[in-house]
Design a protein around this ligand. Sequence first.
Ligand SMILES: [Zn+2]
Length: 302
Amino acid sequence: MSLYVGFDLGGTQLKYGLINEKYQLNYDSKTDTPENTSQLFQLLENLWQELREKTNGKTIAAAGYGIPGIYSIQKNKILQSPNYPEIDGLNLDKIFKSFTPVPFQINNDANMAAYGEWKAGAGQGSNSIVLLTIGTGIGGGVVLNKTLWHGECGFAGEVGHIIVNHSGERCNCGNRGCLETEASGPNIVRNYLSLSQVNKKMTAKDVASRAKNGDSNAKHAFNQAGYFLGIGLGTIINVLNPDKIILGGGIMKSASLLLPPAVKEASQRSFEDSFECCEILKAQLGNKAGIIGSAAWAKDNL
Ligand SMILES: [Zn+2]
């Protein structure tokens, strides 16, 4: 039985591990993402040594690298990485080839998380799923008719940039009122601070615990975010008619606050039959989705 390596490169952490042929995680670990690329490539080379020592004599057959940002599958290049700009414009294929001892794949990290949830998590057995990972930002990926949907050039699945509020906040992407600026963690905090007229540094988790303790402004902050999330979900349902929308990311720890207003709004914003056809549920793989997905993608493309 062979093993498959998955790397999930984030702006702050690099997660990595091994899966077996049943897509089960055999080993995983994480480390801080280095600040510059020469340190990153040296680190990856060292991690290969660590991974080889964790195989229990089994063979590593392939590897997948999940990379943050816009990755062009036509040019084999990372075009733009807002969360890790050090890798912008690099031909990672060429660089990774110098230290990767097996056939490998490179893909967008959010696509890889979607692929992982589809193969081994909440999307198992489905034909068409959309994953939304809600944290500091909102990322996602799309599987249609049992195929990861890249779009023509590799840039599809940017569900966080569906416009849900025409007069909303300016987004990092340059647009205004994206789902990411209206329903992510920082926005829940912003909602709360503005409703309660409080000026304090806090996290979405703090707002959630205030909501659970009966703070009506905190509940309302989640309702507002859920309302915009629901508009986004309704759009996804109308356009793609998926059988599942899977929601992951740190904010889903507060699913009981965010999901009810989101599901309600989605039902009002989409065709009834399409809404009924779609199950909205929580992701299962947590922050391991990217490792498992990258490794699974490498395995399935061998
Ligand atoms: Zn945007």
